[in-house]
Design a protein around this ligand. Sequence first.
Ligand SMILES: Cc1ncc(COP(=O)(O)O)c(C=O)c1O
Length: 357
Amino acid sequence: MTRIYNLSAGPATLPVEVLEQVQKDLVEYQDAGMSVMEMSHRSKAFQAIMDDAEALMRQLLSVPENYQVLFLQGGASLQFAMVPMNLKKSGKVAYVDTGSWSTKAIKEARVLGLDVDVISSSKDANYTFIPEIEADYSQYDYVHITSNNTIVGTEYQEFPDTGYTPLVADFSSNFMSGPIDVSKFGIIYAGAQKNLGPAGVTVVIIRDDLIGLNEGLSTMLDYKTHADKGSMFNTPPTFAIYVVQLVLKWLEEQGGLSGIAEKNKAKATLLYDYLDQSDLFKSPVRKDSRSLMNVPFITGDADLDAKFIAYATEKGFANIKGHRSVGGMRASIYNAFPHQGVVELVKLMREFEEENK
Ligand SMILES: Cc1ncc(COP(=O)(O)O)c(C=O)c1O
Protein backbone atom coordinates (compact mmCIF):
# COMPACT_ATOMS: atom_id res chain seq x y z
CA MET A 1 0.00 0.00 0.00
CA THR A 2 1.37 3.41 -0.91
CA ARG A 3 -0.51 6.31 0.59
CA ILE A 4 0.79 9.62 -0.63
CA TYR A 5 0.47 12.96 1.14
CA ASN A 6 -2.82 14.41 -0.04
CA LEU A 7 -3.07 18.16 0.46
CA SER A 8 -6.51 18.41 -1.09
CA ALA A 9 -8.88 21.09 0.19
CA GLY A 10 -11.78 18.66 0.13
CA PRO A 11 -12.70 15.88 -0.11
CA ALA A 12 -9.57 15.48 1.93
CA THR A 13 -7.34 13.09 3.85
CA LEU A 14 -9.14 10.84 6.32
CA PRO A 15 -7.46 9.09 9.25
CA VAL A 16 -5.90 5.79 8.10
CA GLU A 17 -7.30 4.09 11.20
CA VAL A 18 -10.79 5.09 10.10
CA LEU A 19 -10.26 3.82 6.57
CA GLU A 20 -9.00 0.52 7.95
CA GLN A 21 -12.04 0.18 10.18
CA VAL A 22 -14.29 0.91 7.19
CA GLN A 23 -12.45 -1.78 5.26
CA LYS A 24 -12.99 -4.30 8.06
CA ASP A 25 -16.68 -3.46 8.32
CA LEU A 26 -17.32 -3.13 4.62
CA VAL A 27 -18.76 -6.51 3.71
CA GLU A 28 -20.30 -7.28 7.07
CA TYR A 29 -20.92 -4.63 9.71
CA GLN A 30 -20.51 -6.17 13.16
CA ASP A 31 -22.94 -9.11 13.19
CA ALA A 32 -25.53 -7.51 10.94
CA GLY A 33 -24.84 -9.89 8.04
CA MET A 34 -24.66 -6.94 5.63
CA SER A 35 -22.75 -3.73 5.05
CA VAL A 36 -23.83 -0.33 6.39
CA MET A 37 -24.58 0.66 2.79
CA GLU A 38 -27.18 -2.07 2.50
CA MET A 39 -29.05 -1.69 5.77
CA SER A 40 -32.27 0.18 6.29
CA HIS A 41 -31.87 3.58 7.81
CA ARG A 42 -34.71 2.53 10.11
CA SER A 43 -32.80 -0.52 11.35
CA LYS A 44 -31.58 -0.75 14.94
CA ALA A 45 -28.01 -1.08 13.76
CA PHE A 46 -28.12 2.14 11.76
CA GLN A 47 -30.08 4.03 14.40
CA ALA A 48 -27.29 3.14 16.83
CA ILE A 49 -24.70 4.61 14.44
CA MET A 50 -26.72 7.80 14.04
CA ASP A 51 -27.29 8.16 17.78
CA ASP A 52 -23.63 7.60 18.51
CA ALA A 53 -22.51 10.12 15.86
CA GLU A 54 -24.79 12.74 17.39
CA ALA A 55 -23.78 11.90 20.96
CA LEU A 56 -20.07 12.06 20.11
CA MET A 57 -20.47 15.39 18.37
CA ARG A 58 -22.43 16.82 21.28
CA GLN A 59 -19.83 15.61 23.72
CA LEU A 60 -16.76 16.72 21.75
CA LEU A 61 -18.15 20.18 21.03
CA SER A 62 -20.04 20.54 24.33
CA VAL A 63 -23.19 21.35 22.35
CA PRO A 64 -25.74 22.91 24.73
CA GLU A 65 -29.08 21.13 25.28
CA ASN A 66 -31.04 23.83 23.45
CA TYR A 67 -29.32 23.08 20.13
CA GLN A 68 -30.18 20.40 17.58
CA VAL A 69 -27.50 18.53 15.65
CA LEU A 70 -28.75 17.68 12.16
CA PHE A 71 -27.18 15.50 9.47
CA LEU A 72 -28.43 16.84 6.15
CA GLN A 73 -27.64 16.68 2.44
CA GLY A 74 -27.07 19.27 -0.24
CA GLY A 75 -23.68 20.42 1.02
CA ALA A 76 -22.82 23.71 2.66
CA SER A 77 -24.04 25.24 -0.61
CA LEU A 78 -27.63 24.33 0.22
CA GLN A 79 -27.20 25.99 3.62
CA PHE A 80 -26.47 29.22 1.74
CA ALA A 81 -30.18 29.09 0.79
CA MET A 82 -31.70 27.32 3.81
CA VAL A 83 -30.30 29.86 6.26
CA PRO A 84 -32.04 32.90 4.70
CA MET A 85 -35.25 30.96 4.01
CA ASN A 86 -35.55 29.73 7.56
CA LEU A 87 -34.22 32.69 9.52
CA LYS A 88 -35.77 35.66 7.77
CA LYS A 89 -38.06 37.94 9.78
CA SER A 90 -37.79 41.54 8.59
CA GLY A 91 -35.71 40.40 5.60
CA LYS A 92 -32.72 42.58 6.46
CA VAL A 93 -29.59 40.51 6.99
CA ALA A 94 -25.86 41.10 7.37
CA TYR A 95 -22.97 39.24 5.75
CA VAL A 96 -19.23 39.56 6.14
CA ASP A 97 -17.49 39.07 2.82
CA THR A 98 -14.23 37.17 3.27
CA GLY A 99 -13.93 35.37 -0.04
CA SER A 100 -15.71 33.44 -2.71
CA TRP A 101 -17.68 31.19 -0.33
CA SER A 102 -19.06 34.26 1.45
CA THR A 103 -19.86 35.76 -1.94
CA LYS A 104 -21.82 32.65 -2.87
CA ALA A 105 -23.72 32.77 0.42
CA ILE A 106 -24.56 36.45 -0.19
CA LYS A 107 -25.78 35.65 -3.68
CA GLU A 108 -28.23 33.03 -2.39
CA ALA A 109 -29.70 35.40 0.20
CA ARG A 110 -30.20 38.01 -2.52
CA VAL A 111 -31.77 35.48 -4.90
CA LEU A 112 -34.35 34.86 -2.16
CA GLY A 113 -35.15 38.56 -2.09
CA LEU A 114 -33.47 39.42 1.21
CA ASP A 115 -31.99 42.83 1.77
CA VAL A 116 -28.32 42.01 2.32
CA ASP A 117 -25.91 44.47 3.91
CA VAL A 118 -22.28 43.50 3.44
CA ILE A 119 -21.10 44.91 6.75
CA SER A 120 -17.42 44.28 6.15
CA SER A 121 -15.20 42.99 3.37
CA SER A 122 -11.54 42.47 2.57
CA LYS A 123 -12.21 42.12 -1.14
CA ASP A 124 -10.07 45.15 -2.02
CA ALA A 125 -7.09 43.41 -0.47
CA ASN A 126 -7.75 40.12 -2.29
CA TYR A 127 -9.28 38.76 0.91
CA THR A 128 -5.87 38.42 2.56
CA PHE A 129 -7.22 39.15 6.04
CA ILE A 130 -10.35 38.89 8.18
CA PRO A 131 -11.75 42.43 8.29
CA GLU A 132 -12.89 44.29 11.39
CA ILE A 133 -16.63 44.80 11.71
CA GLU A 134 -18.40 47.89 12.93
CA ALA A 135 -22.14 47.53 12.77
CA ASP A 136 -25.36 47.90 14.63
CA TYR A 137 -26.28 44.22 14.69
CA SER A 138 -29.69 44.76 16.25
CA GLN A 139 -31.29 45.75 12.91
CA TYR A 140 -30.56 42.38 11.29
CA ASP A 141 -32.35 39.03 11.31
CA TYR A 142 -28.92 37.39 11.49
CA VAL A 143 -25.24 37.99 10.80
CA HIS A 144 -23.41 35.51 8.55
CA ILE A 145 -19.69 34.81 8.54
CA THR A 146 -17.39 32.23 6.95
CA SER A 147 -15.22 31.05 9.81
CA ASN A 148 -12.43 29.66 7.64
CA ASN A 149 -11.85 30.68 4.06
CA THR A 150 -10.68 27.57 2.28
CA ILE A 151 -9.39 29.23 -0.87
CA VAL A 152 -7.53 32.24 0.50
CA GLY A 153 -6.48 30.64 3.79
CA THR A 154 -7.88 33.03 6.36
CA GLU A 155 -9.55 32.09 9.64
CA TYR A 156 -11.33 34.06 12.35
CA GLN A 157 -9.27 34.11 15.54
CA GLU A 158 -12.17 35.65 17.45
CA PHE A 159 -15.85 35.80 16.59
CA PRO A 160 -17.96 38.94 16.58
CA ASP A 161 -20.34 39.37 19.50
CA THR A 162 -23.63 40.03 17.75
CA GLY A 163 -25.70 40.29 20.92
CA TYR A 164 -29.24 39.03 20.49
CA THR A 165 -28.87 38.81 16.73
CA PRO A 166 -28.07 35.22 15.78
CA LEU A 167 -24.57 34.66 14.44
CA VAL A 168 -24.54 32.13 11.60
CA ALA A 169 -21.25 30.59 10.57
CA ASP A 170 -20.14 28.49 7.64
CA PHE A 171 -17.60 26.27 9.39
CA SER A 172 -17.07 23.95 6.43
CA SER A 173 -13.30 24.07 6.43
CA ASN A 174 -12.44 24.31 10.12
CA PHE A 175 -15.27 22.46 11.81
CA MET A 176 -14.03 20.26 14.67
CA SER A 177 -10.47 21.53 14.26
CA GLY A 178 -10.57 22.90 17.80
CA PRO A 179 -13.05 23.81 20.53
CA ILE A 180 -15.78 26.36 19.80
CA ASP A 181 -18.28 27.99 22.14
CA VAL A 182 -21.43 26.84 20.36
CA SER A 183 -23.59 29.11 22.52
CA LYS A 184 -22.19 32.14 20.65
CA PHE A 185 -23.86 30.96 17.46
CA GLY A 186 -27.40 30.64 16.20
CA ILE A 187 -26.39 28.21 13.46
CA ILE A 188 -23.15 26.46 12.62
CA TYR A 189 -23.01 24.47 9.41
CA ALA A 190 -20.31 22.47 7.68
CA GLY A 191 -19.96 20.05 4.80
CA ALA A 192 -18.24 16.93 6.15
CA GLN A 193 -15.72 16.41 3.38
CA LYS A 194 -12.83 18.34 4.90
CA ASN A 195 -12.50 17.55 8.57
CA LEU A 196 -15.25 15.14 9.33
CA GLY A 197 -15.72 12.40 6.78
CA PRO A 198 -16.60 11.76 3.17
CA ALA A 199 -18.69 14.05 0.97
CA GLY A 200 -22.44 13.64 1.18
CA VAL A 201 -23.38 14.79 4.65
CA THR A 202 -23.63 18.31 6.02
CA VAL A 203 -23.82 19.00 9.73
CA VAL A 204 -26.11 21.77 10.95
CA ILE A 205 -26.11 22.79 14.60
CA ILE A 206 -29.06 25.05 15.23
CA ARG A 207 -30.49 26.74 18.33
CA ASP A 208 -34.02 25.59 19.11
CA ASP A 209 -35.63 29.03 18.89
CA LEU A 210 -34.47 29.41 15.28
CA ILE A 211 -36.38 26.33 14.14
CA GLY A 212 -39.84 26.87 12.67
CA LEU A 213 -39.67 30.67 12.33
CA ASN A 214 -41.13 30.60 8.83
CA GLU A 215 -44.11 28.58 7.67
CA GLY A 216 -44.83 27.42 4.15
CA LEU A 217 -41.31 26.36 3.26
CA SER A 218 -40.72 23.35 1.02
CA THR A 219 -40.67 20.37 3.37
CA MET A 220 -37.08 19.38 2.72
CA LEU A 221 -35.82 22.95 3.05
CA ASP A 222 -37.37 23.51 6.47
CA TYR A 223 -35.07 22.84 9.44
CA LYS A 224 -38.16 21.87 11.42
CA THR A 225 -38.74 18.83 9.21
CA HIS A 226 -35.30 17.47 10.00
CA ALA A 227 -35.27 18.50 13.65
CA ASP A 228 -38.65 16.84 14.29
CA LYS A 229 -37.53 13.58 12.71
CA GLY A 230 -33.99 13.29 14.08
CA SER A 231 -32.52 13.80 10.56
CA MET A 232 -34.59 10.80 9.41
CA PHE A 233 -37.43 12.49 7.54
CA ASN A 234 -36.09 10.90 4.38
CA THR A 235 -33.20 8.52 3.77
CA PRO A 236 -30.11 10.13 5.24
CA PRO A 237 -26.64 9.58 3.73
CA THR A 238 -26.12 6.50 5.86
CA PHE A 239 -22.63 5.48 4.81
CA ALA A 240 -21.26 9.01 5.13
CA ILE A 241 -22.78 9.31 8.62
CA TYR A 242 -21.21 6.00 9.62
CA VAL A 243 -17.76 7.26 8.55
CA VAL A 244 -18.37 10.53 10.42
CA GLN A 245 -19.10 8.48 13.54
CA LEU A 246 -15.75 6.70 13.15
CA VAL A 247 -13.93 10.00 12.59
CA LEU A 248 -15.51 11.38 15.75
CA LYS A 249 -14.31 8.34 17.71
CA TRP A 250 -10.85 8.92 16.27
CA LEU A 251 -11.06 12.56 17.35
CA GLU A 252 -11.85 11.43 20.86
CA GLU A 253 -8.68 9.33 20.80
CA GLN A 254 -6.69 12.40 19.74
CA GLY A 255 -7.55 14.08 23.03
CA GLY A 256 -10.80 15.59 21.78
CA LEU A 257 -10.95 19.05 20.28
CA SER A 258 -8.31 20.60 22.51
CA GLY A 259 -5.97 17.71 21.67
CA ILE A 260 -6.49 18.08 17.94
CA ALA A 261 -6.22 21.88 18.18
CA GLU A 262 -2.73 21.53 19.64
CA LYS A 263 -1.71 19.16 16.88
CA ASN A 264 -3.16 21.47 14.22
CA LYS A 265 -1.31 24.43 15.68
CA ALA A 266 1.97 22.53 15.71
CA LYS A 267 1.57 21.50 12.06
CA ALA A 268 0.60 24.95 10.81
CA THR A 269 3.34 26.64 12.86
CA LEU A 270 5.97 24.45 11.22
CA LEU A 271 4.83 25.57 7.80
CA TYR A 272 4.30 29.27 8.58
CA ASP A 273 7.63 29.53 10.42
CA TYR A 274 9.37 28.18 7.38
CA LEU A 275 7.43 30.48 5.02
CA ASP A 276 8.23 33.55 7.12
CA GLN A 277 11.98 33.01 6.88
CA SER A 278 12.09 31.71 3.30
CA ASP A 279 13.57 33.89 0.56
CA LEU A 280 11.61 32.05 -2.07
CA PHE A 281 8.16 31.18 -0.73
CA LYS A 282 5.80 33.51 1.08
CA SER A 283 2.38 33.51 2.61
CA PRO A 284 0.08 36.15 1.09
CA VAL A 285 -2.09 36.15 4.24
CA ARG A 286 -1.78 38.72 7.03
CA LYS A 287 -0.34 37.13 10.15
CA ASP A 288 -3.32 37.84 12.38
CA SER A 289 -5.73 36.08 10.01
CA ARG A 290 -3.90 32.92 9.04
CA SER A 291 -5.76 29.65 8.77
CA LEU A 292 -4.46 26.55 10.52
CA MET A 293 -6.27 24.43 7.95
CA ASN A 294 -5.50 25.89 4.52
CA VAL A 295 -2.07 27.39 3.96
CA PRO A 296 -1.65 29.12 0.61
CA PHE A 297 1.82 30.20 -0.48
CA ILE A 298 3.47 31.69 -3.54
CA THR A 299 6.89 32.39 -4.99
CA GLY A 300 5.66 35.49 -6.82
CA ASP A 301 6.59 33.93 -10.16
CA ALA A 302 3.91 31.81 -11.86
CA ASP A 303 6.49 29.71 -13.75
CA LEU A 304 8.37 28.92 -10.58
CA ASP A 305 5.08 28.04 -8.85
CA ALA A 306 4.31 25.62 -11.67
CA LYS A 307 7.80 24.13 -11.40
CA PHE A 308 7.38 23.62 -7.66
CA ILE A 309 3.93 22.06 -8.09
CA ALA A 310 5.37 19.56 -10.59
CA TYR A 311 8.33 18.87 -8.29
CA ALA A 312 6.15 18.31 -5.23
CA THR A 313 3.68 16.16 -7.14
CA GLU A 314 6.48 13.96 -8.41
CA LYS A 315 7.73 13.53 -4.83
CA GLY A 316 4.35 12.29 -3.64
CA PHE A 317 2.53 15.45 -2.50
CA ALA A 318 -0.81 15.48 -4.29
CA ASN A 319 -3.16 18.42 -4.80
CA ILE A 320 -0.75 21.16 -3.78
CA LYS A 321 -1.88 23.48 -6.57
CA GLY A 322 -3.71 26.56 -5.29
CA HIS A 323 -7.33 27.16 -6.18
CA ARG A 324 -7.76 28.19 -9.81
CA SER A 325 -9.06 31.60 -8.74
CA VAL A 326 -5.89 32.58 -6.83
CA GLY A 327 -3.08 30.43 -8.28
CA GLY A 328 0.11 29.56 -6.39
CA MET A 329 0.13 26.66 -3.97
CA ARG A 330 -2.07 25.62 -1.09
CA ALA A 331 -1.45 23.00 1.55
CA SER A 332 -4.67 21.88 3.19
CA ILE A 333 -3.59 20.29 6.44
CA TYR A 334 -6.83 19.31 8.12
CA ASN A 335 -7.09 17.22 11.30
CA ALA A 336 -6.19 13.94 9.62
CA PHE A 337 -3.20 15.22 7.65
CA PRO A 338 -0.18 13.69 9.39
CA HIS A 339 2.38 15.83 11.20
CA GLN A 340 5.13 13.93 9.41
CA GLY A 341 3.63 15.05 6.10
CA VAL A 342 4.18 18.69 7.05
CA VAL A 343 7.73 17.94 8.22
CA GLU A 344 8.45 16.36 4.85
CA LEU A 345 6.74 19.13 2.92
CA VAL A 346 8.91 21.75 4.60
CA LYS A 347 11.99 19.64 3.86
CA LEU A 348 10.95 19.43 0.22
CA MET A 349 10.39 23.20 0.06
CA ARG A 350 13.83 23.82 1.55
CA GLU A 351 15.43 21.56 -1.05
CA PHE A 352 13.55 23.31 -3.84
CA GLU A 353 14.57 26.69 -2.50
CA GLU A 354 18.20 25.59 -2.36
CA GLU A 355 18.08 24.36 -5.97
CA ASN A 356 16.34 27.50 -7.24
CA LYS A 357 18.33 30.24 -5.59
C1 LIG B 1 -15.97 27.50 3.34
C2 LIG B 1 -16.78 26.68 2.39
N1 LIG B 1 -18.10 26.88 2.31
C3 LIG B 1 -18.87 26.17 1.47
C4 LIG B 1 -18.34 25.21 0.65
C5 LIG B 1 -19.24 24.46 -0.27
O1 LIG B 1 -19.46 23.22 0.26
P1 LIG B 1 -20.27 22.07 -0.49
O2 LIG B 1 -19.43 21.65 -1.64
O3 LIG B 1 -20.40 21.04 0.58
O4 LIG B 1 -21.57 22.62 -0.91
C6 LIG B 1 -16.97 24.95 0.70
C7 LIG B 1 -16.40 23.91 -0.17
O5 LIG B 1 -15.23 23.77 -0.37
C8 LIG B 1 -16.18 25.71 1.59
O6 LIG B 1 -14.85 25.51 1.65
